[in-house]
Design a protein around this ligand. Structure first.
Ligand SMILES: Cc1cc2nc3c(=O)[nH]c(=O)nc-3n(C[C@H](O)[C@H](O)[C@H](O)COP(=O)(O)O)c2cc1C
Ligand SMILES: C=C(O[C@@H]1CC(C(=O)O)=C[C@@H](OP(=O)(O)O)[C@H]1O)C(=O)O
Length: 388
């Protein structure tokens, strides 16, 4: 399965084409819209989320609720476009009506300056329009399709906020598929929970008042994943590495860790490796899951546990020092309307990019021209693993 996304933050719409889905997979617009709505939650977001109410339109690849195996095209309208059409000027705008809203004072932490240098742009709006995290709405839509595929094959993906601006949330010690199912069912609540808690709201309010921003850590859990997805035979076949790339590709994400993660650098081997056991019912298993479900770049049958760290939002209402690219004089950075924090939304994005990578891996490993063929192949493989 491969895909490409397109669209500017204040352009008319976001688009994606996904190719390589099996034919005959059940899918509805609601499966995707539900996920898009989850991404829009969270206290601390700016005015844009009041304008958008993301809904997908499917324009190819689906017929009467089932995929056709042909490219699936997804479209999400930017409601804000109507306020920006004269600034964006995609269609011919008469000279007199043109608006520019040029950005010439790059924001530290954003793509503005490096992007302007690289693409020879003197209006940094030409950079920020595409580098904006608006694009994560479409990656969430693609993830929703992936999640649907995984769910039909017995794999659950859930995500939640672990840390927001230094305030920590609790998680279950041992993670099993049952717990992930519960987490998935409760995940809307848990995603919202992180910011409905008064101390966190207070922190966001205070931060906003100071003109500052906050980041955090999100966690994604994937249960029901069979052992043997990914491979050790070549560096670019390692599934944990592919997931790490997907996580760090989310705007503002600066790192990924699995299981005990960076703590592994401080712990003895006895507290990190997951001892192997066997029983009649399940075959091989482990009592612990310190390695987050990966050994040798392959899933080992335990739940995948991956965390990503999101830096604070770079646009500050109390702007940081920057330089005007015309005069080279020191100036405060430009301020575009902005979020104070977007960690709860980003946890939904993280779930969805992880789901996409796993779905791609499943489709690569198993016969998948048709969905029933894929279901059979996974059932046979699970049976094989049990008897190994
Ligand atoms: C859901 C989400 C919402 C975001 N909202 C904003 C925002 O309102 N203002 C802003 O400056 N950055 C925002 N960001 C972060 C920037 O898009 C990001 O920092 C920027 O593109 C530079 O990329 P980098 O941080 O990965 O280097 C958001 C990120 C995500 C995931
Ligand atoms: C539009 C979204 O996030 C945007 C991401 C973003 C950025 O710089 O990354 C800046 C803001 O855009 P605007 O300037 O239009 O308010 C956010 O609202 C979204 O999440 O759908």
């Amino acid at each position: 399965m491969r895909y490409i996304t397109a669209g500017e933050s204040h352009g008319p719409e976001l688009t994606a084409i996904i190719e390589g889905l099996p034919a005959g997979m059940p899918l509805t617009v609601e499966d995707i819209n539900q996920e898009l709505a989850r991404r829009q939650v969270g206290y601390g977001r700016g005015g844009r989320m009041l304008i958008e109410s993301d809904q997908v339109r499917i324009t190819s690849g689906l017929r009467h609720g089932k995929t056709l195996g042909s490219p699936l095209t997804l479209v999400i309208e930017n409601k804000d476009w109507k306020n920006w059409s004269k600034v964006m000027g995609i269609e011919n705008v008469p000279e007199k009506q043109k608006k520019i809203r040029r950005v010439a004072r790059p924001r530290p932490g954003h793509a503005d300056l490096a992007g302007g240098m690289k693409y020879h742009q003197q209006d940094l709006r030409n950079v920020l329009e595409r580098s904006s995290a608006r694009e994560t709405a479409m990656r969430t839509a693609i993830g929703a399709v992936s999640k649907k595929l995984l769910k039909e094959l017995g794999m659950e993906v859930a995500g939640h906020v672990r840390i927001l601006g230094g305030i920590e949330a609790a998680v279950p010690e041992e993670i099993s598929i049952k717990e992930i199912k519960e987490t998935a069912e409760a995940s809307d609540v848990r995603v919202i929970d992180a910011t409905v808690e008064q101390p966190i709201r207070d922190l966001i309010d205070q931060t906003k008042k100071k003109g500052d921003t906050i980041g955090g850590v999100v966690e994604v859990l994937v249960g029901g994943v069979p052992a043997g997805l990914g491979s050790y035979v070549q560096w670019d076949k390692k599934l944990d590495a592919k997931i790490a790339q997907a996580v760090v590709s989310i705007n503002a994400f600066k790192g990924a860790e699995f299981g005990v993660g960076f703590q592994a650098g401080k712990l003895p081997g006895s507290a990190v490796m997951d001892e192997i056991t066997w029983d009649e019912e399940d075959g091989y298993t482990r009592r612990s899951n310190n390695l987050g479900g990966f050994e040798g770049g392959m899933t080992n049958g335990k739940s995948i546990v991956v965390r990503g760290v999101m830096k604070p939002i770079p646009t500050l209402y109390k702007p940081l020092k920057s330089v005007d690219i015309d005069t080279k004089e020191p100036y405060k950075a430009s301020v575009e309307r902005s979020d104070s924090t977007a960690v709860p939304a980003a946890s939904v994005v993280c779930e969805n990019v992880v789901a996409t990578v796993i779905a791609q891996e499943v489709l690569e490993k198993f016969s998948s021209d048709s969905f029933d063929e894929l279901q059979q192949a996974i059932a046979d493989y699970r049976n094989y693993l049990k008897n190994y």
